[in-house]
Every structure is written in structure tokens, then in C-alpha cells.
Write a protein that binds this ligand. Structure first.
Ligand SMILES: Cc1ncc(COP(=O)(O)O)c(C=O)c1O
Length: 389
């Protein structure tokens, strides 16, 4: 008999009742050190008092009104995002997938408005993950995501990762946009070198194509900058954000320049829940804390500390690990055996990690993890690795 919850996940036999900072706690009180943070979502850890206060304060006032009306909490968060980034305008969604959908629609509308409605080709890259909607799986092009779900939405061409010649050959006056994650998350913590991101910006400037960055996983302080593209000193035309921006409350956003977004006039897009007062009240506090340069400096310091310890771990277990990659607190351990085995071995050490493609184990702790918890995490990873022998 099919389970009452549609079985689309291979779930671990673990359930958590509550959380405290970087720790998730089961009903019997067992504490797990959480290096997954709900897959890069809980940027301020579990039950952060500032976020709990923001949510409960808003919960006692008003939960939902609809975008038929002004939503002051939404306007406040949009102001904060516009002040802190390249963007001139923001649309709020409930997830990263919805942000990807709007980004695709915005690209199409942009070229339609420019009098070139057939300019619809969006270039994407192998290993990309933009979500699970029909548009987002077409953008990724990966067999495991698209198989059985055809016909796929047309208009995407997936290029090999890091192949400059393939990219140059693919770009034409039909290229509507280039869509890419500055650091691939699901693809295995694969950072795009700054020079490549600069190169993509140049190609877009030369051809008029829009640069669409998916910072759903790598954004909101994860890499040690508010957004990962800042390292390359470039700005996109459109950017998807989600995960960390709500600190655990469902919230996503599309940020865009005025030029890219101008054709998205009244009636062209909408969402019942997108930008609801609860989500935006929480999001504003997340932004206030995470966008603070002092907080981001700490993410960098902790990222360097964690990375240094992980290099030691790799050296101690050359039969298990191949290397460390990533930036800030978006780290990956390239494994020699299936990362899922290591994830299971880590459960036995009461440590939560996340597998990714390209034989990579993802380490995505809360951005405010303590130095002690970083040391504890590496000690537990060490025991997990040893147990695989
Ligand atoms: C880079 C990226 N884009 C989009 C998504 C989809 O986001 P969501 O699961 O919130 O729909 C994800 C989720 O993992 C992601 O990592």
C-alpha cells in the first residue's frame, strides 16, 4: 500500500522534536549536530530567539491578507534587499522553484517586450539544480529529474560545466539569457571561478542576453558575502533567492534590475502566499543580522577555520576523502566512495550532513555555528570516516 505521505523521498529513520542553535533534538533527547541546516536554510540555527520573536510578534497581529493589498512587512524587506544589492525591485515567492519560474518568465517577457518574442533560448549548465517544477527541471536537463516527465518545456540548452569553447559556440543572437548558480549546490559544491562569472557578464553585455544567477543555495551569507557573485565584482540582471532568506520560514524572492523587470506589469505574475506578513517579518530580521558586515566577516573566519580542520581530516583519511571545496560555510568533501555511506555513518555519530552529486558530501551548517561546534563536527566526521574502514 502506498504510504499516506507520497514516498518521493528516501527519508532517514530520524525525527526531530525541537532544535537549539546548531543542534537538532529527537523526542528522546538525543542531540544531533546539524551540518545540513535543512539544506542551507536555517542560517541562524534552530529556534533563534530573534526569529522566534519576529514570528510570534507578527503571528499575534496579522498572518495573511493577500497581495490585493499593501503589505508593509513586504515593502520593508524589499527596501532592505534593494539597498543591499544590485536590484531595483523584488518579487516575493514561497520557494526557490517559484523564484526560478518567475526568472524564466521575466526573461521571456523581457524579449517579448523588446519586440523579439522568439528570442527564448536560456543557456544552463550540467549539474545545475533550479527546482522541481516543469520549467526548473527543463532548465537542469538532468536525466534523473526529467525522465518520465516529458514533454519538457522548450527553450533550454544545457552546456557542459567549465567548457568555455562550448559556451562561446552556443551563444548567439537567439540567446535570451544565461542562467547559472555561482556555486553549484546539489551539483556538488562546485564554485564557478570569478573569472568565469566575469566572462559570462561580458558575454551578456556584448549580446544583450540577461545574466540570471541562482543564489537560492549559495546566497544569504552562505559563502561569506551576502551574495556569492559579489566575489567576482559583477552584478546579474535577475537573481533567485530562497532557502536562507526565511531562516526556516518558507520565503523566496526574485531580485531584478529595473530594465529586466520593467515589462512585468500588473497582472503579469502573482502568488497567493508570496510575500505574506509572517514570512517577510522573519525575513527582515534575517536580513538585518546576516547582511551586517561583522556577521559576514565571522562567516568567513569560521569558514576558514572549518576548512583548515577539514583539510586535516582529508589528510588523515586519504582512502575516504579526496579533498575539500567550497567557500565560506558552503563546504563540500569530495569522497572516494558513495557520500550516502558517509551520511549514514555520520548519523551513527549523531551528525547531520547532506549528500550531493559528484561524489560530494555537503557541509552547510548554520552561519552562526560556534567554533566549539565546528571542532566537534570534525571530530564526529573523523569517527564516521574511521567507521567506514
Ligand atoms: C540552487 C537552487 N535553486 C533552486 C532550488 C529550489 O528551491 P526550493 O526547493 O525552495 O523550491 C534549490 C533547492 O535546493 C537550489 O539549491
Amino acid at each position: 500500500m502506498i504510504p499516506h505521505v507520497l514516498p518521493t523521498y528516501n527519508r532517514a529513520p530520524l525525527a526531530f522534536e525541537r532544535g537549539e542553535g546548531s543542534w537538532a533534538i529527537t523526542a528522546d533527547g538525543t542531540r544531533y549536530l546539524d551540518l545540513g541546516a535543512g539544506i542551507a536554510v536555517n542560517v541562524l540555527g534552530h529556534a533563534n530567539p530573534d526569529l522566534v520573536a519576529a514570528l510570534t510578534h507578527q503571528a499575534g497581529r496579522i498572518w495573511h491578507v493577500s497581495n490585493l493589498y499593501q503589505i508593509p512587512e513586504q515593502e520593508k524587506l524589499a527596501d532592505m534587499l534593494v539597498d543591499a544589492t544590485f536590484a531595483d525591485t523584488v518579487f516575493f515567492t514561497n520557494s526557490g522553484t517559484e523564484a526560478a519560474e518567475l526568472a524564466i518568465k521575466m526573461v521571456r517577457k523581457y524579449w517579448d517586450h523588446a519586440g523579439d518574442p522568439d528570442r527564448t533560448q536560456i543557456l544552463t549548465f550540467e549539474g545545475a539544480f533550479h527546482g522541481r517544477s516543469t520549467g526548473a527541471i527543463a532548465a537542469s536537463g538532468a536525466d534523473k529529474m526529467v525522465k518520465g516527465f516529458g514533454p519538457l518545456m522548450p527553450g533550454f540548452r544545457t552546456l557542459p560545466w567549465g567548457d568555455h569553447e562550448a559556451l562561446r559556440a552556443a551563444v548567439s543572437d537567439r540567446t535570451a539569457a544565461i542562467m547559472i548558480e555561482p556555486v553549484q549546490g546539489e551539483g556538488g559544491i562546485r564554485p564557478l571561478p570569478d573569472a568565469c562569472l566575469k566572462g559570462l557578464r561580458e558575454i551578456c553585455d556584448q549580446t544583450g542576453a540577461l545574466l540570471v544567477l541562482d543564489e537560492v543555495q549559495c546566497g544569504m551569507g552562505r559563502t561569506g558575502r551576502l551574495f556569492a557573485h559579489e566575489y567576482a565584482g559583477i552584478t546579474p540582471d535577475i537573481m533567485m533567492v530562497a532557502k536562507g532568506i526565511g531562516g526556516g520560514f518558507p520565503l523566496g524572492a526574485v531580485l531584478a534590475t529595473e530594465q529586466a523587470a520593467a515589462p512585468m506589469v500588473a497582472g503579469s505574475h502573482g502568488s497567493t502566499y508570496g510575500g505574506n506578513p509572517l514570512a517577510c517579518a522573519v525575513g527582515a530580521v534575517v536580513m538585518q543580522i546576516v547582511a551586517d558586515p561583522a556577521f559576514l566577516a565571522e562567516v568567513n573566519r569560521k569558514g576558514a577555520l572549518f576548512r583548515q580542520k577539514l583539510e586535516g581530516l582529508v589528510a588523515a583519511h586519504p582512502d575516504v576523502f579526496e579533498g575539500v571545496r567550497g567557500q565560506g560555510l558552503m563546504l563540500g568533501l569530495k569522497c572516494r566512495a558513495a557520500p550516502a555511506d558517509l551520511v549514514r555513518a555520520a548519523y551513527d555519530q549523531h551528525l547531520l550532513t547532506v549528500p550531493a552529486a559528484d561524489m560530494t558530501l555537503r557541509l552547510l551548517p548554520p552561519l552562526n555555528i560556534t567554533d566549539e561546534d565546528i571542532a566537534e563536527a570534525v571530530a564526529r566526521l573523523d569517527r564516521a570516516a574511521a567507521s567506514l574502514r
